[in-house]
Design a protein around this ligand. Structure first.
Ligand code: SF4
Length: 211
């Protein structure tokens, strides 16, 4: 099955106090079941357990995050968003790793804000990282989630392999900062679950408004 048939590319700008940074937003609209081949929840849970301080300390992270296949049962379609920044633009930041962090902050904050504002009542969004609705997740104090209807999970927390997803839906490779080597670009991945079969660009429109 060709998973790239509905792929679209938008070129956008992010205005920050330091600069105007160009970024690319690729979107794809597929049935939720199309992502099931990229699911391996036990493997990604074990990676989190062995390498991430958030494991067990956020309600949106493993082992509390649900399995993608179970969670998306009530939704037929998903928009997937892949946002990327070419890091050579961030020459005004000296340290290589800080370029990646700054670019990730630009992308993650924008896509999460756009998804929150564009999402309708019967839809749900998959965030670009763990839930950031509270300054500190209530799980750390062993308290119930503060916003159970609004909290979000990431693809990775639900067991989806984001690298496979990017390759198959966008023919793009996710690059990482490794061994002090700056990659050419950095990316954020997010999604919107819906039952509306009519494709629209409301999330990209919301991204444009954020500028
Ligand atoms: S809404 Fe708050 S308490 Fe709930 S998962 Fe998000 S950060 Fe944690």
């Amino acid at each position: 099955m060709d998973l790239t048939a509905n792929k679209k590319i938008f070129q956008l700008n992010a205005h920050t106090p330091r600069a105007v940074t160009a970024y690319r937003c690729e979107t794809n609209f597929v049935r939720t079941e199309c992502l099931v081949p990229f699911l391996n929840k036990p493997y990604f849970d074990s990676l989190c357990e062995n390498g991430c301080p958030n494991y067990g300390s956020k309600w949106s992270c493993p082992p509390y995050a649900p399995d993608y296949k179970q969670f998306v049962k009530k939704y037929e379609y998903i928009y997937v968003f892949l946002l990327s920044i070419e890091l050579e633009q961030l020459a005004y930041i000296r340290q290589q790793y800080l370029k990646v962090r700054a670019a990730n902050t630009i992308l993650k904050s924008r896509i999460d804000k756009a998804l929150r504002s564009a999402m309708e009542e019967n839809e749900y969004y998959i965030s670009s990282g763990s839930c950031r609705l509270c300054k500190s997740c209530r799980k750390k104090a062993d308290l119930p989630c503060a916003h159970p209807e609004r909290m979000t999970y990431s693809f990775e927390a639900m067991g989806i392999d984001a690298s496979l997803l990017a390759e198959n839906l966008f023919q793009r490779e996710l690059l990482w900062y490794r061994e002090k080597q700056l990659p050419a670009y950095t990316s954020a991945v997010a999604g919107l679950l819906t039952n509306d079969k009519n494709e629209n660009t409301k999330v990209v429109d919301a991204l444009r408004k954020l500028s």
